[in-house]
Design a binder for this molecule. Structure first.
Ligand SMILES: Cc1cc2nc3c(=O)[nH]c(=O)nc-3n(C[C@H](O)[C@H](O)[C@H](O)COP(=O)(O)OP(=O)(O)OC[C@H]3O[C@@H](n4cnc5c(N)ncnc54)[C@H](O)[C@@H]3O)c2cc1C
Length: 434
């Protein structure tokens, strides 16, 4: 696999001056110190799954695809797993399963690198669960002058707290230790329910079990609710044929075809919305946690996701529903609603507050600007925080006051990367100069 200079959605690309695929922390350190000595900027690309230009550079691009090993398992209870930072989530999940372990929560896909996922505060759903970065108990970071810092809970808990979500702006993460949990299965129950009922009862629905989310196709009256409950019951996965029918044909092939029709004939979108919700099936299964959390995503889309205070979600959704009615071009993709616990990581999108997540999508090639800008305007009223890896139009001026520990992050950045070696156009815009 070549180094990604183009992201998954195809809306970002870059032409780096040089590309490096180091195999060790020492080699990363050499690349960084050489670039820093020449005043060149450095960026690491993980899986290239961010929708923003956060991983793009015209300077030195590093890929850790060759640093993808499990290093070892330790910790008082044997739950702390150290890995090289380039490992993809799918490979990590398999490696954990072999050892009887799992990550406590995951997002919708498993294609990201672990470092890319934690650097943008990638999350799943579960009102009682934090994002992936909250599982990090130690990391190795190559900082701006090329020196190597080993950070853990004992030696520097304060720095670890901040560095867990670094937006790639604090250094190159080369190794990370994750506090995992004993492997578990999930009992998945997917139902189709009236949207008004789900929204009216939002708090109870989202706290109803361990991991709850719902998908709503704008224009439809019903939504698909996914409730995943941790269980010690044996796995009872769908047959291969039914998995292919639901996940590959239903959620990808057929859905892609419907999106293409909608892009060509936008007037048909309201009927398409109903069709998509009608096509969504009710199902129930028990399977290994990561196999329930993550699904294949073949239909390309653009995405924006905002974290807002949990209780603001019903109001915000009502306003989005009204906005959608007035759009010149309809959304062809569902809105996804999730929840997560607050945390104490300076630039985590859930810092200091229990969060509700509203993710909007548009099929690639269909107009998205008016939709995304309109939703962002609504989110601004709730002090919304944009996912760092998903599209938004914010700047450091509009974001600084939304984070209680903005200054703490900036101080850390000045300490670890005083020359701005890890800056790029995205961090210039979103974090400002060092
Ligand atoms: C189909 C799809 C589904 C998604 N689902 C979810 C979801 O369910 N939940 C969610 O929260 N997000 C989701 N995302 C967003 C995705 O998880 C984030 O954008 C994530 O950052 C992508 O990881 P990556 O490895 O591709 O990182 P990249 O996009 O390559 O990079 C992201 C950032 O991490 C930095 N970085 C990467 N590696 C390192 C390193 N070793 N050291 C320092 N910095 C590094 C990069 O420089 C960049 O700043 C989804 C994206 C797609 C395309």
């Amino acid at each position: 696999m070549g180094v990604a200079t183009r992201n998954w959605a195809g809306n970002q690309r870059c032409a780096p001056a040089s590309v490096h695929e180091p195999v060790s922390t020492d080699e990363v350190a050499s690349v960084v110190s050489a670039a820093a000595a020449e005043g060149r900027r450095v960026k690491v690309v993980g899986g290239g799954h961010s929708f923003t230009d956060i991983a793009m550079t015209d300077g030195t691009l590093i890929s850790l695809d060759s640093m993808d090993r499990v290093i070892g398992v330790g910790g008082a209870e044997g739950f702390d797993v150290s890995v090289q930072a380039g490992i993809r989530l799918g490979a990590l999940n398999d490696a954990l399963a072999v050892r009887g372990l799992a990550l406590p929560n995951l997002g919708d896909i498993d294609r990201q690198s672990i470092a890319g996922a934690i650097s943008t505060a990638t999350h799943g759903t579960g009102a009682g669960h934090g994002n992936l970065a909250t599982t990090v108990v130690a990391m190795t970071l190559v900082v701006g002058d090329g020196s190597v810092r080993r950070i853990d809970e004992d030696t520097d808990p304060e720095l670890l707290r901040v560095a867990r979500v670094g937006l790639g702006a604090l250094g190159v993460v080369t190794e990370v230790t994750l506090r995992c949990v004993p492997a578990f299965n999930l009992h998945a129950v997917e139902t189709i329910e009236p949207l008004v009922d789900v929204v009216a009862d939002f708090g109870r629905v989202m706290h109803g079990t361990d991991h709850v989310e719902f998908y709503w196709m704008p224009g439809a009256r019903r939504c698909q609710v996914k409730r995943n409950t941790r269980t010690s019951a044996e796995a009872d996965p769908p047959s291969r044929a039914s998995y292919v029918k639901d996940k590959w044909i239903g959620e990808n092939l057929a859905f892609g075809a419907v999106c293409r029709v909608g892009r060509r004939f936008p007037a048909a979108a309201p009927r398409i919305a109903k069709l998509i919700m009608t096509g969504a099936s009710e199902r129930e299964l028990i399977d290994r946690s990561d196999r329930v959390f993550c699904s294949p995503r073949r239909v390309r889309f653009l995405e924006m996701e905002y974290g807002v205070p949990f209780d603001a979600v019903p109001d915000a959704l009502g306003r989005i529903a009204a906005l959608v009615e007035s759009l010149p071009f309809p959304p062809l993709f569902p809105i996804e609603v999730r929840a997560s616990a607050g945390d104490d990581i300076a630039l985590s999108t859930a810092n200091g507050r229990a969060s509700g997540w509203i993710a909007i999508h548009q099929y690639v090639g269909a107009p998205h600007e008016a939709y995304f800008q309109g939703v962002e305007n609504i989110m601004n009223d709730y002090n919304g925080r944009p996912h760092w890896g998903k599209l938004h139009f914010q700047s450091s001026a509009t974001l600084a006051h939304r984070y209680l520990e903005w200054d703490v992050f900036q101080r850390t950045r000045r300490e670890l990367d005083p020359a701005g070696t890890f800056a790029n156009a995205y961090t210039d815009r979103v974090l400002g100069p060092v």
